[in-house]
Design a protein around this ligand. Structure first.
Ligand code: PLP
Length: 397
């Protein structure tokens, strides 16, 4: 006996469509679906094949476009595949393209630039390096005049020094010289600033971080307004197979519904902890854009208004020399391990930490430096934990 469910259940949520391909029924519908596909619509009339597009993924993308207030958003399997997607659609074979990439960006992206864009694809990449903790915009304009880059790529808040770029001024310069602007907004998120509102062409995210927010999902996103860039991005994602899985898209959609609440709390907690760290005798320096002492505090105030300053804090523990700093750092990590785990990611609702020198090596050879990704825990719990731990360190050292 065959059994067919008669009642369709509607919960108001998009279900997880795990189907690899979709039921098209007849030859005429099939022909029409493939014909329509040539226009690369964000939400197709007929779904064909999950690598092209999937209803669960489109539903999560629409949730993200609401958060971002963007014309469209596409999801990929990781932040790195979003970097690849956003940059590859501007590449043209056989042309000697110059792109200007800022030096203070995620290490994985810097390696992608070296190993893929330069070594394999032959892009002429220039690196734009900051002077004394800030990008010099006069030098930037001179670079545009001299090298005429077609595209620039930067992050609003850098990692691990948390330098905030004067993104608005940078976009204005880039547009004056007709360059495309691609921004990685992972650390600041659209809660603090929306680059698309100010002329950026594409914004990318490691959704592994704040957008998903629970340290249990790897995903990336590219957001934009231009329909031609959407068509190019959809075609590239389909051909290289970068689409996020329906299961992960469905989880991401649920988790993004609390994004704003989480990030707002994370920023508030980080501000409170940065102020505590700044006053503690065991701490030599605190890098947090919300503190007046930070080199890019003015940029952060200008860009983020009064919404917050991000949820990452980098600080240097005291020690009379490099050896002692290393010991203080290791003791700090060990004292906190039950409450603040050492995890090489960020943006989780739990506070996590990462020692800087073992990860960045020669680029930041600071043995006492810790990068803290602040979570949503009760702030008095975090404050007491941090103060008690630093007190114990001061007795030991
Ligand atoms: N962009 C930034 C700023 C990141 O911090 C990361 C990862 O840490 C990435 C991109 C890459 O993201 P994923 O690890 O999700 O590929």
């Amino acid at each position: 006996m065959s059994f067919k469910m008669k009642k369709k259940v509607n919960t108001g949520r998009t279900p997880i469509y795990r189907d690899a391909g979709f039921y098209l029924g007849d030859a005429g519908t099939t022909r029409q679906a493939f014909e329509n596909e040539k226009d690369h619509p964000w939400e197709p009339t007929e779904y064909i094949y999950t690598r092209y597009r999937n209803p669960s993924v489109v539903s999560a993308e629409q949730e993200l476009a609401k958060i971002e207030e963007s014309g469209w958003a596409l999801l990929t399997q990781s932040g790195m595949s979003s970097v690849d997607l956003a940059l590859s659609i501007f590449q043209r074979a056989g042309e000697n393209q110059t792109w200007l990439m800022f030096s203070e960006i995620y290490g994985g992206t810097n390696s992608f630039i070296d190993k893929v864009l330069i070594e394999r694809r032959g892009i002429n990449v220039q690196r734009f390096v900051p002077e004394k903790g800030a990008y010099n915009l006069e030098v930037l304009e001179k670079t545009f005049r001299e090298t005429k880059p077609e595209l620039i790529y930067f992050e609003i808040i850098s990692n691990p020094m948390l330098m905030v770029s004067d993104a608005l001024a940078i976009i204005i310069i880039a547009k004056k010289y007709g360059a495309r602007v691609v921004i990685d907004n992972t650390f600041s998120s659209s809660y603090l600033w929306k680059p698309l509102d100010f002329g950026a062409d594409l914004v990318i995210y490691s959704a592994t971080k704040y957008l998903s927010g629970h340290g249990d999902l790897t995903a990336g996103a590219v957001c934009g307004n231009d329909p031609q860039l959407l068509a190019n991005a959809l075609e590239y994602r389909k051909l290289v197979g970068h689409i996020l899985s329906p299961d992960d898209a469905n989880r991401l959609e649920s988790q993004m519904k609390t994004f704003r609440l989480r990030f707002e709390k994370q920023c508030a907690n980080a501000y409170a902890l940065a102020r505590i760290l700044e006053e503690n005798e065991m701490v030599e320096e605190v890098l947090y854009p919300g503190l007046e002492s930070h080199t890019s505090h003015a940029n952060a105030k200008k860009l983020f208004d009064s919404k917050g300053f991000g949820a990452m804090i980098t600080f240097d523990l005291k020690g009379k020399d490099a050896k002692e700093k290393e010991k203080v750092r290791d003791a700090f990590i060990s004292l906190l391990q039950d409450h603040i785990p050492l995890i090489p990611s960020l943006g989780d609702v739990r506070t996590t930490l990462l020692p800087v020198e073992p990860v960045w090596g020669d680029k930041y050879p600071m043995p006492g430096m810790i990068r803290l990704s602040v979570g949503i825990e009760d702030i008095s719990f975090l404050e007491t934990l941090l103060i008690d731990t630093l007190d114990r360190l001061s007795v030991e050292f």
